[in-house]
Design a protein around this ligand. Structure first.
Ligand code: FAD
Ligand code: SF4
Length: 337
């Protein structure tokens, strides 16, 4: 039993000040953090409960976008009428994750900051650089079926497990954060980081910084989009590979393309060159195969996850086909949610 204190923050400023202290963790829905504490992976001496703070609404932005409060639940976000109608890619990605009970408790801020599902990260008997810096990486040369094929380092080959974040990457959302030094806005592509030689850092938050909201731009994909998630079971399983695609079609050509991959790297994976390759072109099997190759340039298997490279290649081609035809996977996701 590890002793810790519990404080319910009165506002963001108080939470940020407390959160900057060593060995302090923010508690939101608790669906990841409490599991990690039970497994002895996270051992905070102080929990600062931010789940009751007022940033739990979803609000229209003056320029036509939408602001998702960090403490709104994943369920409230996915079923918000404006999200369903204006950002169906996001709604279907959220509903492809976890289970209804978990989505009722999990918050948007917690989803961004959830930690990897690497087996060794959870097993305190094995070396893991993310859990214990400098101890080694058991997944390299170990069982690495769920691990990364892109952007890995010699220190860590973990993936980021979120579905929601893959859609947010394709939508080019912005993350609003507040900390002891004030407020700032981080482009979604810069929020999560690759492991490099500091794999214990999942993102670019500074000590005490709290995610307060996620801003969605006015420009979205309402006709030609898909979130395709491939996993071992049809529900209640993390992605082996997932693909978020948003296309804008004009006169039979792709005017705008945004793609992001999940389950393959330490952060949602985007390759602007693959998007540029699609833009201005008519959809075709050849074009989609070229885009898939561009997305996967530099992919390297780690042994038991070698299959992911071909799985991802096929998933990208299928997701592009579905999005171009206007037949999103979201129908299926909603049926099984
Ligand atoms: C069995 C199971 C299956 C799951 N399947 C999926 C799945 O298929 N797809 C998927 O995407 N997810 C899945 N999840 C993960 C789930 O989505 C996350 O646990 C959840 O989103 C975390 O949100 P929370 O509010 O509960 O965060 P918490 O557990 O409270 O916090 C998680 C982390 O985020 C930090 N944090 C929380 N809020 C903030 C904030 N506003 N600012 C800064 N830091 C913050 C906390 O300090 C902590 O480190 C699954 C979880 C479980 C238990
Ligand atoms: S892949 Fe990363 S999280 Fe997993 S054991 Fe290696 S260092 Fe730890």
């Amino acid at each position: 039993m590890n002793r810790f204190s519990y404080h319910r923050a009165g506002d963001i400023a108080e939470a940020a000040q407390m959160g900057a202290e060593p060995d302090t963790r923010f508690l939101a829905g608790g669906t990841n953090l409490v599991d990690l504490m039970k497994a002895n992976v996270e051992r905070p001496t102080r929990l600062v409960d931010i789940s009751r703070l007022s940033q739990n609404t979803i609000e229209d932005l003056p320029e036509g976008g939408l602001r998702l409060g960090a403490f709104a639940t994943n369920a409230d976000t996915a079923y918000d009428e404006r999200v369903e109608q204006r950002y169906p890619l996001l709604s279907s990605a959220i509903l492809a994750g976890a289970s209804p009970q978990l989505r009722n408790a999990a918050t948007n801020g917690g989803n961004l900051n959830q930690r990897t599902r690497c087996y060794y990260f959870y097993d305190t008997e094995t070396p893991c650089n993310k859990r214990e810096p400098g101890s080694g990486c058991s997944a390299i040369g170990g069982v690495n079926r769920i691990h990364a094929i892109l952007g890995t380092s010699e220190a860590c080959i973990a993936t980021h497990p979120s579905d929601m974040c893959v859609a947010l990457a394709a939508l080019e959302a912005e993350v609003r954060v507040q900390g002891p030094a004030g407020e700032r806005v981080i482009a979604f592509a810069d929020y999560h980081r690759l492991p490099g030689d500091e794999p214990w850092k999942d993102n670019t938050l500074q000590p005490g910084e709290i995610v307060t909201a996620i801003d969605l731009p006015a420009d979205s994909f309402t006709e030609n989009y898909t979130y395709l998630k491939l996993r071992d079971r049809l529900s209640y399983a993390f992605a082996l590979v997932s693909v978020a695609v948003g296309l804008k079609m004009e006169g039979g050509k792709i005017a705008k393309a945004r793609l992001a991959l999940g389950g393959v790297a330490h952060k949602p994976w985007r390759v602007p060159a693959a998007e540029a390759l699609l833009e201005g072109q008519e959809p075709s099997a050849d074009l989609f195969a070229q885009a898939a190759d561009a997305m996967l340039q530099g992919a390297v298997g780690q042994g038991t996850n070698d299959f992911k490279i071909e799985l991802a290649r096929r998933a990208i081609r299928r997701a592009l086909r579905q999005a171009a035809a206007g037949t999103p996977q979201s129908q299926t996701n909603k049926q099984v949610a």
